[in-house]
Design a protein. Structure first.
Length: 107
């Protein structure tokens, strides 16, 4: 199964609408210290298998990283692990900064 993609604009629309989402940030903690989306959960990619229990398979999960590669792998792992409501933030936090909130720091 290929991983569905969510654009930064679509994620912003869903957040603004108050939809219940789990934003899974799979970057390393030092990256999240520079910039992160409010309300996101940081579980580095390498820790996802051991920390699956922290995620709710009955809630939409939007995975993100810096540019979309690590989060794509995480989203595929979640889908393979029985999660059905998973998307990847296309372009990652970099695209979010470029398209939604250019005031955020980039690295």
């Amino acid at each position: 199964m290929s991983v569905p993609q969510t654009s930064p604009q679509e994620l912003k629309r869903r957040l603004d609408a108050g939809e219940r989402l789990q934003i899974l940030d799979v970057r390393e903690p030092w990256e999240c210290a520079i910039v992160h989306l409010a309300g996101s959960t940081n579980i580095p990619l390498s820790q996802i298998p051991a920390r699956l229990g922290e995620l709710d398979a009955n809630t939409d999960v939007v995975a993100l990283c810096k540019v979309g590669g690590r989060s794509l792998r995480a989203a595929q792992f979640l889908l393979d692990s029985g999660f059905s409501r998973v998307t990847n933030l296309a372009g990652g936090i970099d695209a979010w900064i470029d398209e939604v909130d250019p005031a955020l720091p980039s690295y």
